[in-house]
Design a protein around this ligand. Structure first.
Ligand code: PNS
Length: 174
């Protein structure tokens, strides 16, 4: 029985994450989406409760998938949950160096754990939570990039602080 953990900030969940969860759930017996709650670092756009609610609404109907928060080191969390595989998504070479370092560190901290990588689907390879938030803040339509639950959260939260986009007026003739 392989219990895999897909850790991340999910601030917020986008279609690349959702696709990866669906694909990982077909490979592993059990998949826990572990959302990092870092009370010391208050740089998240969305609360841990909102981030978890979006994940539950989006993938909660999958039998072998669950979502929960975690705090502290991932290697310790893996030990507590008796999980043996970390799943990460790789979008591009630019992700690789960071992920390789994390994989080595996590294995040093917990030698029972293996990190595995799933290539992000090509169609979502350019999507990140950071870009989704930026687009939404400027009022751009992100409906094709995120699940409906995320879209609602973005509309409810970020639209209040939206940056006005200049209207595309035609230049007046001199
Ligand atoms: O979605 P993100 O922000 O890329 O996810 C990063 C995450 C949460 C997987 C990573 O920051 C993490 O595992 N944090 C927990 C602390 C930890 O174990 N750090 C690695 C050892 S230095």
């Amino acid at each position: 029985m392989i219990h895999a953990v897909y850790p991340g900030s999910f601030d917020p969940l986008h279609n690349g994450h959702a696709d990866l969860i669906q694909r990982a759930a077909r490979i592993y017996d059990r998949l826990t989406v572990a959302v990092l709650n870092n009370p010391l670092k208050n740089d998240r756009a969305f609360s841990i409760e909102d981030r978890l609610a979006v994940i539950e609404e989006t993938v909660g109907d999958m039998d072998n998938v669950s979502a929960e928060r975690f705090e502290g080191l991932l290697a310790d969390y893996m030990r507590r949950r008796e999980a043996n595989v970390i799943v990460k998504g790789l979008r591009a070479i630019s992700d690789f160096e960071y992920e390789l370092q994390m994989a080595h560190l996590n294995r040093q901290l917990n030698p029972d754990v293996e990190t595995t990588f799933i290539m992000t689907a090509t169609r979502w390879s350019y999507v990140s939570s950071t870009r989704v938030k930026e687009l939404a803040r400027y009022g751009a339509d992100v409906a094709k990039l995120v699940p409906p639950a995320t879209l609602r959260l973005l509309n409810d939260t970020l639209s209040q602080n939206a940056v006005a986009r200049p209207s595309h007026r035609r230049r007046s003739r001199r």
